[in-house]
Design a protein around this ligand. Sequence first.
Ligand code: VGL
Ligand code: ZN
Length: 197
Amino acid sequence: MRALIIIDMQVDFCPGGALAVAGGDEIVDPINAMMGDYDAVVLTQDWHPADHSSFAESHPGAAPFSTVTMDYGPQVLWPAHCVIGSAGAAFHPGLAVDRADLIVRKGLRRGIDSYSAFRENDRATPTGLAGYLREWGADDLHFVGLAHDFCVAWSAMDARHFGFDATVIEPATRAIDLNGSRDAARRAMQDAGVNLA
Ligand code: VGL
Ligand code: ZN
């Protein structure tokens, strides 16, 4: 059984948003067109409290896009984005949200970020998504959305960790590409057994 996992197609990750990914809005229509080809469709939604520890604003003197060490490991500090209930946290208005079987919110806890749809950045705390997919009988997961080199890549690699087949449909993604992160993510995904299509 095949599921489409659509990562973080939100206003703040599209041009004009707080953490805009170049061309992020270009993939809305292609993603909508793919939904009918799958047995199940899952949306993820980055959903942070206003004082989230992944925000540069929460670290006096720290610059956006710098890296700090948290107790769970390195963490990039982002401009504040996808604040719970804000206009920027909403899904892109063109996304066919009504067709989703499940919406998974992530990054809700102040002290820890969650790039992956499956586990928070401590790589230990589960979101529950693996359980849903297993109970549905899903074995083949296809990933699209934003951003290729962070939330899409971490989600696809975690899918492999939890025993699913994982494919990233690269034309239906866009990357932040911070210091070569796009190429690094592609290599890491290939090493983890993720198919790049
Ligand atoms: C993301 C950085 C911070 C993503 C989310 O969706 O790739 N990136 N929060
Ligand atoms: Zn985030």
